[in-house]
Design a binder for this molecule. Sequence first.
Ligand code: HEC
Length: 217
Amino acid sequence: MKHLFYFALAALVLIACGPRERVSKSVFDEVNKAMEAKKLSDAQITQEAMSWGDSISLEAQQLLMENLHKAVGEGGFTGALEFCNVNALSITEELSKKHGVSIRRTSFRARNQENLPTPEELPILEAYEYNSENGIKNESNIQTLPGGDVLLYTKAIVISSELCLSCHGDPTNDIEAAVLGRIDSLYSEDLARNFKAGDLRGIWSVKIPKKAVVNRL
Ligand code: HEC
């Protein structure tokens, strides 16, 4: 019985650590080889990923804004709310596929609970919040995730206009009653209200595999 227990434990450890480490190592070797072949340094890759992250997040933001404006024009704020509810996540997913990266928005005060920060994003988001509370300008940021194969690019999302307040502002003064009713029924755990113009709303978070960066260079 005891043996069986140890065996099960060993199998668990193997399942938990083995394959992942092996995959990670082979990706690592592959990236290293490609880097050598193209004579790239880690610093060059990080720099390239930074400007790629800037352009991807800008593209994502513009795409969401275009769709938001169109939806407000067609169905007012209630219509646009339904639109965001159904499409916001799939728009960023489509773009992720197009670029071979993983794009999302995250916030401590999320409307959709799927957008709450992951353990990787949490300390970075905290730093953005700290800066914002202390009047320090938030610059976009890039860091290597544990394992070394993937870079995490982040950029602040700020409440930039009155438009945002119509769905994320003060429930009594900024959000129409019908819109508020719809928010309450679609998102029972909504935290994304009571924002003011200029507030940090959250961050763009883009996971960029080093391999994808090397292939671009
Ligand atoms: C028509 C209503 C509406 C407007 C206007 C609007 N949002 Fe949102 N926003 C939503 C909804 C609904 C969600 C949740 C989408 C989902 O379910 O994926 C959301 C989600 C977000 C998120 C993702 C984090 C979260 O809370 O889930 C961010 C960041 C965000 N909005 C920022 C903004 C900014 C910045 C503006 C102004 C440029 C804006 N929004 C304007 C309705 C709106």
